[in-house]
Design a protein around this ligand. Sequence first.
Ligand SMILES: Cc1cc2nc3c(=O)[nH]c(=O)nc-3n(C[C@H](O)[C@H](O)[C@H](O)COP(=O)(O)O)c2cc1C
Ligand code: SF4
Ligand code: SF4
Length: 258
Amino acid sequence: MEQKYYAIYLSGTGNTKFCVSKFVKLLDENAPIVAIEEEAALSALKNYGYIVLGYPVQYSSVPKMVRDFITRNAALWKGKKVFCLATMGAFSGDGAGCSARLLKKCGAFVLGGLHLKMPDSVCDSKLLKKSEEEKIQIIRRAEEKIEQAARNIKGGKYPHDGLGFFPHLIGFFGQRLWFYGKTRSYSDKLKIDKARCVGCGVCAGLCPMKNLTVENQIAVPQGKCTMCYRCISHCPQQAITLVGKEVVEQYRLENFIS
Ligand SMILES: Cc1cc2nc3c(=O)[nH]c(=O)nc-3n(C[C@H](O)[C@H](O)[C@H](O)COP(=O)(O)O)c2cc1C
Ligand code: SF4
Ligand code: SF4
């Protein structure tokens, strides 16, 4: 088996894709990077020994789609060396630790963990909203942290953000105890505003879960949403909501990088 990195990520609004790409390229400039919903993610898991697994934290947990990807392919993780990278809007405690524990149960060896604070992706909530300048600063700080982590790894020292007993306690009591139900299953709470939707199909084409179809010129969710916010942040009509009742700001990382 080749000893080189392969990165697999879930990203709704672009933060995790950006962070994983920057991180893994600093470790191995030829490292392939694949979205978890692509078929290549499975072959990556089969053929590569070193995996960087990236995802956005949701309620201090791992998104359901990522958890399923780990457990559905449990046998393939055996013996892999995995680095867990978790992006978040504010706080997670053990965002990286959540997947690390699952991966260890599957027989993987966890090399380390990295927590990166990035702009908040919840487009239909006013909570954690920041100005454009603040967002740019947050992204810059994340980039610096990634660069530092890559330097340390090259020097043989892996960061261990979110791993260990205390982060586990903080993640559990800080959020998971109260919100675990939110990520236990796929969500059927995605709402389409029929008065706004024009049936363009943008959402259906983007969803990593194939949770949306267009029927009679209206988007219809199928109840298997992994809450990534990709469709919500891209809908040209601002017709989709999940946690809140209306779109406050369609955050997308691509609007903040050159
Ligand atoms: C449903 C949901 C729940 C979230 N929960 C948390 C959380 O518990 N803590 C946190 O710091 N950020 C939370 N966030 C923010 C995202 O983790 C963060 O913005 C992430 O960088 C988005 O990455 P992406 O652009 O790759 O999807 C949540 C976002 C969503 C959509
Ligand atoms: S992207 Fe928006 S307008 Fe287009 S089909 Fe989906 S919900 Fe409707
Ligand atoms: S329906 Fe939207 S928020 Fe849910 S998984 Fe699909 S793209 Fe993500």
